[in-house]
Design a protein around this ligand. Sequence first.
Ligand code: ZN
Length: 182
Amino acid sequence: MPTKDLMLRRQQQRERMARWRARNPARALAQALASNRKSRAADPERYRIYAREYRLAHLTSCPSCGQPKGATAKFCRHCQKGPRSSRWKGGTCLDRGGYRLVRAEGHPRASSKGRYVREHILVMEKRLGRYLYPNERVHHKNGKRDDNRSANLELWIVSQPAGQRVVGILAWAKEIVALYGG
Ligand SMILES: [Zn+2]
């Protein structure tokens, strides 16, 4: 157990250091990072606890939203997402089926996770000037699922009447003519 006198001296030392850190924030940060590297190698568990306390003591505010962020981070973890992330790959990737996905916030077909839509759908909708109907499919003429050039895409419809009655087929044909103009 440290004596009362020793504890008081340690307290005074901590206060002196705090005042020095307040006067020289940049040097304090550099020094802390340097000593972090040493203590991390010597005692990882203690480093983990220390690093957490250090982060909490050095929170600054996010330039975008004003919420707390780490001292060395550019933005808080909520504002660091998307294009600001160091792992951002342009908002596009391939899905399991080999189709290219693009981020499209607010699109009716946007996935709940990440707000992605298959790019060929967006290209066709841009050409049509409207969203696709549920019975419409976009076909890749050359069979390459990630070749989304407009010239490679074709609009297909998959709806067919359940029965084969002439009246039914005629009604369906009229519907198609009305939709796509003979
Ligand atoms: Zn933020």
